[in-house]
Design a protein around this ligand. Sequence first.
Ligand SMILES: [Zn+2]
Ligand SMILES: [Zn+2]
Ligand SMILES: [Zn+2]
Length: 89
Amino acid sequence: MKVSTCDHLNQIQEIKGPRKRECDECVRIGSIWVHLRTCQSCGTTLCCDSSPNKHASKHARSSVHPVIASAEPGERWLYCYPDSAYTEY
Ligand SMILES: [Zn+2]
Ligand SMILES: [Zn+2]
Ligand SMILES: [Zn+2]
């Protein structure tokens, strides 16, 4: 993994993948999503900022879980919300 200026990203040793390819919160409220992201602190999979409910960024703010990974097939990147830092792996 490339060295990043963000310590949150540098501390990640192993990427958590999605347990299921669905947004846990959208399923609960019967909504839809566009893309999926997996929280690297707790492993929950939530929807991206292009989705109507933006559950991943809401979760990052409310839970103080900074880093998400893309849960989309073929996408291998991490993003840190507080630092707006991005890295591929
Ligand atoms: Zn960070
Ligand atoms: Zn959602
Ligand atoms: Zn989390």
